[in-house]
Design a protein around this ligand. Structure first.
Ligand code: FAD
Ligand code: NAP
Length: 540
C-alpha cells in the first residue's frame, strides 16, 4: 500500500507494463515480488488478454489445458482443476481471474486505458508513457506485454459502413454473446477462429455462407472431458513437466517428436506413424517425422495423408476439392484443430464460397459480393485474424534514443536482439517479441521464459545500480540473420501466412518468430545472462 501511494503521488514507477494477459499478469507479479513499484495499463475492462477479447462461440485453446496454464506456482496449479482436454474460453478466463485474485494483481492494473505513446528520455534514463485517458507517467522500465495476436483486423472492404445488418470480429466479440438463431450469416475467414466458430454458428443459423480464400489443414482435436486421473497426474508433476517442456522445441510434452527423418523410414512405417498421431488428436501429427517441416518429401507424405483423412469426412463432392488445402506444405500456416468443422459442410444450409476464384469485392447494404454474386446476410462474422506480432506494438508511438521511432526502425520488418529488446530503445522489453519462439510454441511456456529472464535482468540492474540496458546493434544484426537463416532452413517461408506478415497488405514479408525451438532458445538466453548480458550494453 505504501509502495502504491508513493508511486501514485510521483506518477513515476519503477516499471510500466502494457497489457494484462498471461504475460502482463505474470510480469506484474514478478516485479512486484522484487519490491518494484509497477503500473499496468490494459485496454480491456478486465484481465485475460486473448481470452478477454476472443469470446466467439467455440473459442478454446488448442494446446492442451494441462499444459496451457502457468507453471511458476505449485499453489496456483493445485488450486485449479481443468475440466476438458482443451478448455473453452470462459474456463480459461475464469482461471486468469482466479490467478489475479490469488496474487491480488488488479490493484496495480489500470483498465480501460490504452497506451498511445512511449518516449525515452536519455538524460534521466526514463520512459515517458502516455495513454488515451490522458495519463502521463514515467518509469525506468517499459515492458510490452501487448500480445502477438491482439490487434484484430477487419480487412478494408468497400461498403462495410453501408451494411444494414450486424457485424462482428472474432477477436472483439460482444460480451453478451450473439444469438444467430433464424439468421442468415456470412463468415469470412477459415483460420483457427473460423474453424472453431463455424460449426457452432451453423448450429444456430438458418443459412450460413463460409467465405474461404485459403483452405487450411485441419487435424482432429479429440477434445474430451478430463478424468480425475488425468488431473491428479498433472497436479503431481506439473512443475517437473514444465521444466521438461522448457527443453523441448514447442514447449509441450504431451507428445514427443519422432527423431527419425522420413527418408530413413519405409512407406509403411511412415503411414503407421502418421496414423497413430492423427488418431491421438491435436498437434502430435506435426511430430511424425524429424524432417516434416524441413523437406518437401517428408512434408508431402504427411500432407497427402492429412488430405486423405480430411476427405473421408466431407460427404459433399462439390466442396471436397475446395476444402482440401493444396497450395502450401502442411504446418507452415498455423494448423487448426477440428471439432465438427469439416462435417459442417455436409449440412444442407451451409455453403462454402470460394473467394479465391471469385474474390470478395465489397459489402453492400444487404450482404457480401463475391465475384458477380451477392450473398444476402443478416450478420457478418469476420474471422479474418490479426496484425500479428508487430501490430499492437507499432500502434503505440514508441520513440527511443534521439527520438528514433520504432515504426521507422521496423519499416522493413522487426529487428530485435533475442526478441527481447531493440538497439536504440534502452530499458524497453518485449515479451514474446518478434525474433523469439513465441507463436510457434506453447505460449505460456514462452511467456514465463521471457518474464523470468526480464525479471532477473531488472534485478541485476536495480541491485547493481545500473541505469540502462540496451541491445547492441552488432548483436541484433547477428540475431536477425540467425532468425532468418533458421527460418530459411524450414518450409515455413513457403506460405502466405500471418507468420510472414502476408495477411496484411503492405506489411513486409519476413518470417517473424524464431523457429529454432524453445529449448535451444532458452539455452541462448541463459548463456547471455550468465555472461552478464552479453550483446547488451549496460549503462551506469
Ligand atoms: P494477450 O493475451 O494478447 O494480451 C495482451 C493484452 O495487451 C491485451 O489484453 C490487450 O488489450 C493489451 N494491449 C495491447 N496493446 C495495448 C495498449 N497499447 N495499451 C493497453 N493495453 C494494450 N496460444 C497457445 O499457446 N495455445 C493456444 O491454445 C492458443 N489459443 C489461442 C486462441 C485464440 C483465439 C487466440 C487469438 C490466440 C491463441 N493463442 C494460443 C495465443 C495467445 O495469444 C497466447 O497464448 C497468450 O494468451 C498471449 O498472452 P499475452 O499476455 O502475451 O497477450
Ligand atoms: P488467421 O489464421 O489469420 O485466419 C484469417 C482468415 O481470414 C484466413 O482464412 C484468411 O485467408 C482470411 N482472410 C483474411 N483477410 C481476408 C480477405 N481480405 N478476404 C478473404 N479472406 C480473408 O486468423 P485466426 O483464425 O483468427 O487465427 C489467428 C491465430 O490465432 C491462429 O493461427 C492461432 O495462432 C491463434 N488462434 C488459436 C486458436 C485455437 O485453436 N486455440 C483459435 C483462434 C486463433 P488467407 O489464409 O487466405 O489469408
Amino acid at each position: 500500500m505504501a509502495q502504491e501511494a508513493r508511486a501514485t503521488a510521483a506518477k513515476e514507477f519503477d516499471a510500466v507494463i502494457v497489457g494484462a494477459g498471461f504475460a502482463g499478469m505474470y510480469m506484474l507479479h514478478r516485479l512486484r515480488s522484487q519490491g518494484l513499484s509497477v503500473r499496468v495499463f490494459e485496454a480491456g475492462e478486465g484481465v485475460g488478454g486473448t481470452w478477454y477479447w476472443n469470446r466467439y462461440p467455440g473459442a478454446r485453446c488448442d494446446v492442451e489445458s494441462l499444459e496451457y496454464q502457468y507453471g511458476f506456482s505449485d499453489e496456483i496449479q493445485r488450486g485449479w482443476t481443468w475440466t476438458e482436454r482443451y478448455a473453452a474460453q470462459p474456463e480459461i478466463l475464469r482461471y486468469q481471474n482466479y490467478v489475479a485474485d490469488k496474487l491480488d494483481l488488479r490493484r496495480d492494473i489500470q483498465f480501460e486505458t490504452r497506451v498511445t505513446a512511449a518516449a525515452y528520455d536519455e538524460r534521466d534514463a526514463l520512459w515517458s508513457i502516455e495513454t488515451d485517458r490522458g495519463d502521463k507517467v514515467r518509469a525506468r522500465f517499459c515492458i510490452m506485454a501487448t500480445g502477438c495476436l491482439s490487434a484484430a483486423r477487419v480487412p478494408n472492404f468497400e461498403g462495410l459502413d453501408q451494411f444494414e445488418g450486424d457485424w462482428y470480429h472474432t477477436g472483439d466479440w460482444p460480451h453478451e454473446g450473439v444469438d444467430f438463431t433464424g439468421k442468415r450469416v456470412g463468415v469470412i475467414g477459415t483460420g483457427s477462429s473460423g474453424v472453431q466458430s463455424i460449426p457452432l454458428i451453423a448450429e444456430q443459423a438458418d443459412q450460413l455462407y463460409v467465405f474461404q480464400r485459403t483452405a487450411n489443414f485441419t487435424l482432429p482435436a479429440g477434445n474430451r472431458p478430463l478424468t480425475e486421473q488425468d488431473v491428479q497426474k498433472s497436479k503431481a508433476s506439473l512443475l517437473e513437466d514444465r521444466a521438461k517442456a522448457r527443453t523441448t522445441a514447442g514447449g509441450i510434452i504431451c507428445f514427443e517428436y519422432n527423431e527419425r527423418p522420413a527418408e530413413e523410414m519405409t512407406f509403411e512405417e511412415r503411414e503407421r506413424e502418421l496414423s497413430a498421431r492423427w488418431n491421438m488428436g491435436g498437434f502430435a501429427f506435426l511430430g511424425s517425422f524429424a524432417d516434416l517441416m524441413a523437406t518437401h518429401e517428408a512434408n508431402d507424405h504427411a500432407a497427402n495423408f492429412a488430405r486423405s483423412r480430411m476427405s473421408e469426412i466431407i460427404k459433399n463432392p462439390a466442396v471436397v476439392d475446395l476444402l482440401l488445402p493444396n497450395d502450401h506444405p502442411v504446418g507452415v500456416k498455423r494448423l487448426c484443430l477440428d471439432t465438427h468443422y469439416l462435417e459442417t459442410f455436409n449440412l444442407p444450409h451451409v455453403e462454402l464460397v470460394d473467394v479465391r476464384s471469385a474474390p470478395l469485392k465489397k459489402i453492400t447494404a444487404k450482404g457480401i459480393v463475391s465475384g458477380d454474386k451477392e450473398y444476402e446476410v443478416d450478420c457478418i462474422v469476420f474471422a479474418t485474424g490479426f496484425d500479428a506480432m508487430t501490430g499492437a506494438l507499432l500502434s503505440i508511438d514508441i520513440a527511443g534514443k534521439g527520438g528514433e521511432k520504432l515504426r521507422d526502425k521496423w519499416a522493413a520488418g522487426p529487428r530485435t536482439y533475442l526478441g527481447l529488446g531493440s538497439a536504440g530503445f534502452p530499458n524497453l522489453f518485449f515479451i514474446t517479441g518478434p525474433g523469439s519462439p513465441s507463436v510457434l510454441s506453447n505460449m505460456i511456456v514462452s511467456i514465463e521464459q521471457h518474464v523470468d529472464w526480464i525479471s532477473d535482468c531488472v534485478k541485476r540492474l536495480t541491485t547493481g545500480n545500473i541505469r540502462s540496458i540496451e541491445a547492441k546493434a552488432e548483436a541484433e544484426n547477428l540475431w536477425v540473420d540467425h532468425v532468418n537463416e533458421t527460418a530459411a532452413a524450414t518450409l515455413y517461408p513457403q506460405a502466405n501466412s500471418w507468420y510472414m506478415g502476408a495477411n496484411i497488405p503492405g506489411k513486409p514479408r519476413i518470417f517473424m518468430p524464431y523457429a529454432g525451438g524453445v529449448g535451444a532458445y532458452g539455452e541462448k538466453l541463459a548463456e547471455v545472462a550468465n555472461a552478464d548480458y552479453e550483446g547488451f550494453a549496460l549503462g551506469a
